[in-house]
Design a protein around this ligand. Structure first.
Ligand code: AMP
Length: 424
């Protein structure tokens, strides 16, 4: 019998989970502040839900199996498709715009490495029902806000519009299949293979030249970089429109983060139609947050035409980045009070514990029948802040002993005064 966890899947010990929960708490704060209603969908979905639009990169790495009734199912590899499924069905008639949020685990058969796991956690902010750049700007703003709340500095938003790349290809009659293949290769920065693929598909040299030019344009000076892209796609009406949208979105940002416009940047998911972005920290070459606009996905699932834009902060990667940037990951936690009965004081100790909990004190009751000396060394090993000793002599007077473990001093005091004496 193998007793290790499955490759690429991690056990979370209390200190690991505490870090994850800290990031999740910040995400939930933003759900509240931006009014995203949190939802949950099943971990298992039908294979077809992702086969349709999530892109080869993901669908080839899904954990899939056939259940006892012969249904082809998968452990969800990403969150946008399940939420879009809801929009196409149950939430079809719900008033728009609608903002939905989630924090779920996902599964991909990726090669495990730093920041890449086979079970990982992602949050999501999905905004359905608006085509307008204000919605895109909101999603960038939420992502920026999250980075700020977590205490990161020096991060950068890598931004592009898939519309620009797709429209150039479309104009040259490149089939959707080859478009997807091309964007998949661009996502991995395999530009030479892009050229080969386009050549093999008999795409015009004109198109290839335009793509090659685009791959070379990037910069943090947004207006200059956008002008360069504009010149390159001058003859492509629809691509120009995509670019103008991008310009408007960036222009709408209040207190914008550092932005790198990168015309040679794409994302592996096939459903994107406009803005795409990823957030990076210097020296850490993994995307911490990914997002973009996907105007056709709900319709692809048989729903009403519903424009949408969203982002997915990678919880594990944000934790990793916090450790790397030495951003504080330990939140001030309430002191632990360890209540120890001496002799036959078990009932009294329970009663005192209950009273303290009513006062919102964090209590651990001694339950192993150990002697006081052992209890004190246990409390020391666990780094508990206080021990309350419930002894028979003191109890008769309505008193207990409070021992401050850090200061190494103890005092006798009435039970009622305990809550006020404990620094929380
Ligand atoms: P994606 O669904 O590929 O757009 O990814 C969105 C975000 O999820 C990324 O920016 C990462 O932060 C995170 N992510 C994606 N794949 C993994 C993985 N295998 N392990 C950990 N985090 C991941």
């Amino acid at each position: 019998m193998k007793l290790t966890s499955v490759r690429g899947m991690r056990d979370f010990l209390p200190e690991d989970l505490a870090k994850r929960r800290l990031v999740e708490a910040r995400v939930r704060e933003l759900f509240e502040l931006y009014n995203y209603a949190e939802i949950e969908t099943p971990v298992l979905e039908h294979f077809d839900l992702f086969a349709k639009k999530s892109g080869e990169e993901i669908t080839q790495r899904m954990y899939s199996f056939t259940d006892l009734s012969g249904r082809k199912l998968v452990l969800r590899p990403e969150g946008t498709a399940p939420v879009a499924r809801l929009m196409a069905t149950t939430l079809r008639t719900s008033p728009k715009p609608i903002r939905l949020g989630y924090i779920w685990s996902f599964f991909r058969y990726d090669e495990p490495q730093k920041g890449r796991y086979r079970q990982f956690y992602q949050a999501g902010f999905e905004l359905f029902g608006s085509k307008r750049p204000e919605a895109d700007a909101e999603i960038i703003s939420v992502s920026n806000q999250l980075m700020k709340l977590l205490g990161f500095r020096g991060y950068e938003f890598r931004v592009n519009s898939v519309a620009v790349l797709r429209e150039v290809l479309k104009e040259h009659n490149v089939s959707e299949g080859v478009q997807n293949q091309t964007l998949g290769l661009i996502d991995k920065r395999r530009y030479e293979e892009v050229v080969k693929t386009l050549r093999a598909s008999k795409v015009s040299q004109d198109c290839i030249e335009t793509m090659k030019q685009l791959f070379g344009i990037k910069g943090t000076d947004v207006p200059t970089t956008i002008s360069k892209i504009k010149r390159t796609v001058e003859d492509y009406g629809d691509a120009r429109e995509g670019l103008e949208d991008l310009e408007t979105i960036v222009g709408l940002l209040d207190n914008p983060p550092r932005i790198l416009i990168d015309a040679g940047f794409a994302r592996g998911l096939e459903y994107y139609t406009g803005l795409i972005f990823e957030v990076y920290l210097p020296g850490l070459p993994i995307a911490l947050i990914g997002g973009g606009r996907y105007d056709n996905l709900v319709e692809t699932f048989g729903g009403e035409p519903t424009p949408a834009v969203g982002c997915a902060p990678g919880i594990d990667r944000l934790v990793l980045a916090m450790e790397e940037q030495e951003v504080a990951t330990d939140e001030q936690r309430p002191a632990v009070v360890y209540v120890v009965p001496v002799g036959e004081m078990r009932t009294k100790a329970m009663e005192i514990s209950a009273k303290l909990r009513q006062e919102k004190v964090r209590v651990e009751l001694e339950v192993s029948g150990r002697g006081l000396k052992q209890c004190l060394s246990y409390a020391r090993a666990r780094e508990y802040e206080y021990v309350v000793i419930v002894g028979p002599e003191e109890a008769k007077k309505g008193m207990v002993i409070l021992r401050d473990m850090k200061a190494n001093v103890q005092t006798e005091l009435p039970v009622e005064r305990l809550p006020s004496q404990i620094k929380r």
